[in-house]
Design a protein around this ligand. Sequence first.
Ligand code: GFB
Length: 281
Amino acid sequence: MLTVSHAELDLRRPGDVGRAMKEMAPDAVVIAAAKVGGIGANSTYPADFLYDNLAIETALIHSAYACGVKKLLFLGSACIYPRLASQPIPEEELLAGPLEPTNEWYAIAKIAGIKLCQAYRRQHGCDFIALQPNNLYGPGDNFDLETSHVVPALMRKAHEAKIRGERNLSVWGSGKPLREFLHVDDLADAAVFLLQNYSDEIPLNVGSGTELSIADLAAMIAGVVGFEGNIVFDASKPDGMPRKLLDVSRLSAMGWGSRIPLRPGLEETYRWFLDHAVTRA
Ligand code: GFB
């Protein structure tokens, strides 16, 4: 496997990306690189989320075409779907209605990446595919409270509240939104499966097939961390999409399913956090 670090190559620069692609001459390209973050980061950095992601995907997809790369997989995101999409969300809901405002910058960039894969397939016959995973979590996540997604944020907050002896764990929004979570190792497994078994222009949903409310997630994380205080909701923070469950029947029919249930996945993630990112009291 070939990888290149951010320090070695700025993926937003098409000339540099084209030269690197030519030198490395990969058999296949997986575009996981992106500017990402949770609901807070999305609304604080709209320009970065739109510009960086458009620049990264245009540079990589075009240079993969120009270098004759045989297979390319682009990672979209479940937030490409309309705010009020039918649930569970089938792939046909793409562009069927207005987006969720808290993440429309990121969503528009990801939709453009999916469309680039379809366009290069149609015009140039490139075997470029796309998939959209639901909310990801797992070891190696970003635990910064301002920019992270909900799982690492609540894990860190619960951990810090526990070691400081605080009574309350603050959860953004109402706690009512429903979310589906997918372990990163399940996503990696799905990506390899699709590289080997899929060649079409429909971007495929990848999820675990189960959802829970943010309030229930907070309670589960408190249990994993061992925080025994109160869970309080901060109504000054946004809820985002009310519900975001992916219809994974296409992928299931191909024979792929997720394997890591949420609770053990959270326990593993908490062990990683304790080993790598612990904040002292
Ligand atoms: O994970 P998250 O930031 O992403 O938030 P989205 C999920 C839900 O958890 C929202 C709530 O309802 C948040 O209000 N939440 C509660 C928290 N406490 C917290 C907290 O401390 N931190 C965070 N971050 N959330 C993302 C998009 O939307 O979905 C991304 O913003 C990406 O771009 C991802 O597409 C898949 O699910 O709301």
